[in-house]
Design a protein. Structure first.
Length: 197
């Protein structure tokens, strides 16, 4: 009796497409179009869920090279060579000791009942290495917020630029809107290191 053909996962389809086009800078559109077509040919009625997220994860794992925003390349010689290793236990201990077993953001430590993490300052997927100089002690809450703050920093900088443009153009309604949004940042102490007034 013949076994039915097994369906490929989105990850397998992404890898297949990039392997069929080695050392080629591939933009978002054609990759997603091909994956969507193959997904439907397998008999799936709904479109694949976020193939681009799979591509980003393959980049973070060192399997793909990010050429620029929205463009990735598969290099068979380099795939998987990006070291996404973690700190060794000795490095973690040295970082914790250096930071006096306290979160470098909020100052809380084990005595305050918080869980401490040793975190990369520059993320591994952006080329950050697992070296003591690139490590920091964060409590679990600040480690989570770190990811969120990157997004809120981008938003705050955008509103500052928009405010400057609105002031230059004399758009009083937009000036008032931007100032109100930026005051909310201040009210909640979010991204205080970015000054706007």
């Amino acid at each position: 009796m013949r076994q039915p053909k097994q369906r490929k996962t989105i990850r397998e389809l992404v890898q297949e497409y990039f392997q069929q086009h080695p050392n080629t800078d591939l933009p978002h559109g054609p990759v997603v179009d091909w994956i969507t077509e193959q997904w439907r040919l397998q008999g799936n009625e709904t479109p694949p869920r976020d193939p681009w997220r799979v591509i980003r994860h393959l980049h973070q794992e060192g399997w793909l090279i990010k050429v620029r925003k929205g463009v990735y390349r598969y290099d068979p010689e380099a795939a998987g060579r990006v070291a996404l290793d973690d700190f060794t236990p000795e490095q973690k201990q040295a970082i914790l000791e250096r930071d006096q077993y306290r979160c470098v953001i909020c100052g809380k430590g084990l005595a305050d009942g918080v869980e401490l993490h040793v975190d990369h300052i520059r993320p591994r997927y952006l080329g950050g290495r697992s070296e003591i100089e690139n490590g920091q002690t964060l409590c679990a809450q600040c480690n989570f917020r770190k990811k969120v703050y990157k997004q809120t920093e981008t938003g705050k900088r955008m509103f500052i630029r928009l405010l400057q443009l609105a002031e230059k153009e004399g758009d009083l309604q937009m000036v008032a809107f931007c100032r109100e949004v930026l005051r909310v940042y201040e009210k909640h102490g979010v991204n205080d290191h970015i000054r706007w007034e």
